[in-house]
Design a protein. Structure first.
Length: 241
C-alpha cells in the first residue's frame, strides 16, 4: 500500500513542526493511491469532533481535526458542483491554513476596533478595554487568549461585533466558534446558542495543539498504524475511481 509511506511522511512532518515550527501540506488526492490506501489513511488518522466550513456562496473549503494533534484535513469543493471535491489536503500545522486569520488582517482590525470603542464609549462596558488589551498582546506576542464574560460579550455583540464567514462546530458538544468582523476576534457559543466567550488569536486557542500534544501525536500515529494495518493485510487493492 502507498499509504504506509504517506504516514511516514506525516510523522516526519510532525517532527519538523515540533522541532523547527515548519508546517507541511500533502495533496492527498493528487497522489497515486488506491481506494484501500484512502480507507487505511482515514482509519489511522481518524476524525475528531470539530468540523469547520466557510459561509460563502462561491468555492467552499471544509476542514476537520483528526485524532492526531497537529494533523488536519482540508477539502476544497467545486463551485460548479458543491459536492465534488477538487482538492484534498493533509495539513500538518498548528491550525488549518484556510481557517487561520493572517496577522496583517488582525493588525488592521485592531486599529478599527480601538476606533470603534472610542466612538461607542457611551455604550460599551469596560470589558471592551479588557478585550483590546488581549488583542494587543496577541499582535505583539502571537499568544492567543480566551475571555469569558457573557454580559460583556452580549454588550459588544449588540454594538460592535458581528459574525463573519468562518464557522467551527463541535459535532459532539454542540459548541460553535465563529470568526467576527474584527479578524483576530472569534465568538464562542455554548450548546444553547448563546455567545458567552471571545477567543483572541489567529485561530481559537483551545483547538491549537501544544508542543506536548505534538510529542504524543508522533507516537500515537505509529501506534494507530500498527494497530490498524493488520485489518488491511492481504486485501485486494481496488483502483480509485
Amino acid at each position: 500500500m502507498n499509504a504506509n509511506p504517506l504516514l511516514g511522511e506525516i510523522r516526519s512532518a510532525l517532527i519538523d513542526l515540533l522541532e523547527k515550527g515548519e508546517p507541511y501540506t500533502i495533496y492527498s488526492n493528487k497522489l497515486p493511491t488506491t481506494l484501500e490506501d484512502r480507507y487505511f489513511l482515514q482509519d489511522v488518522l481518524g476524525k475528531d469532533d470539530w468540523f469547520m466550513y466557510e459561509k460563502v456562496l462561491h468555492t467552499k473549503t471544509v476542514a476537520f481535526n483528526t485524532l492526531i494533534p497537529g494533523v488536519w484535513i482540508e477539502v476544497v469543493f467545486s463551485e460548479r458542483n458543491p459536492v465534488e471535491p477538487i482538492l484534498e489536503m493533509v495539513q500538518v500545522n498548528w491550525s488549518p491554513p484556510v481557517f487561520t486569520i493572517p496577522k496583517e488582517d488582525a493588525q488592521k482590525c485592531f486599529k478599527k476596533f480601538n476606533e470603534d470603542i472610542e466612538e461607542y464609549k457611551n455604550y460599551v462596558t469596560p470589558f471592551a478595554k479588557e478585550l483590546a488589551k488581549a488583542y494587543e498582546t496577541f499582535l505583539k506576542t502571537g499568544e492567543g487568549s480566551i475571555l469569558e464574560d457573557p454580559q460583556g460579550v452580549a454588550n459588544l455583540i449588540t454594538y460592535l461585533i458581528t459574525e463573519s464567514e468562518l464557522i467551527l462546530e463541535n459535532k459532539k458538544s454542540g459548541e460553535k466558534i465563529v470568526s467576527s468582523n474584527y479578524y483576530g476576534i472569534w465568538i464562542g457559543y455554548n450548546p444553547e446558542g448563546t455567545p458567552i466567550r471571545l477567543f483572541i488569536g489567529d485561530f481559537p486557542k483551545i483547538l491549537k495543539p501544544k508542543k506536548e500534544d505534538l510529542k504524543k501525536a508522533i507516537n500515537l500515529l505509529e501506534r494507530r498504524r500498527k494497530q490498524i494495518l493488520p485489518k488491511y493485510t492481504n486485501r485486494v487493492n481496488l483502483p480509485l475511481l
